[in-house]
Design a protein around this ligand. Structure first.
Ligand code: HEC
Length: 132
């Protein structure tokens, strides 16, 4: 208990900022955006929803690190279509095809982000129309 209280004092993990949305991809349809929002935006956008446990260490550290790393990889709120970003597009298709994203630990707490095979196919085709 003492340790639990003590780790709450670590400053890391409490900066739950959502910077402004700069520019989103030119989505092929609202349905594609909706699927991406449901399954990806909590980590890969500036519109993260921060649940109550994201304020409590050690969960807060894991959530903070996930969001920082994910935004650094791909941020749908800062999508300018730069060459560096376009190089990530293949990975984007791949993780959807292979069900490699969202990460398993996230799905345990977010059942709605666990896309059905059909939704995955829709998201993949939506990504392809949006980014190719
Ligand atoms: C719980 C947070 C979280 C969610 C939700 C999430 N991701 Fe990620 N994603 C990460 C993290 C963390 C990384 C960087 C570390 C890694 O590669 O595992 C990452 C990396 C990636 C990468 C680049 C690395 C690679 O494996 O090729 C792609 C592409 C990606 N995510 C796509 C998606 C898509 C598409 C969705 C929605 C279907 C999604 N992610 C949902 C956390 C998340």
């Amino acid at each position: 208990m003492a340790l639990f209280l003590l780790i709450q004092l670590v400053p890391y993990g409490r900066n739950h900022s959502n910077p402004p949305v700069v520019q989103e991809p030119n989505w092929d349809s609202p349905a594609t955006r909706e699927l991406a929002k449901t399954a990806c935006f909590d980590c890969h956008s500036n519109e993260s929803v921060w649940p109550w446990y994201s304020n409590i260490a050690p969960a807060s550290w894991l959530v903070q690190r996930d969001v920082e790393e994910a935004r650094a990889e791909i941020n749908f709120s800062e999508w300018t279509g730069s060459a560096a970003q376009m190089r990530k597009v293949d990975d984007l298709f791949e993780v959807v095809e292979e069900s490699a994203m969202p990460p398993v630990q996230y799905l345990l707490l977010h059942a709605e982000a666990n896309l059905s095979a059909e939704q995955r196919q829709q998201l993949l085709e939506g990504f392809q129309r949006t980014f190719q």
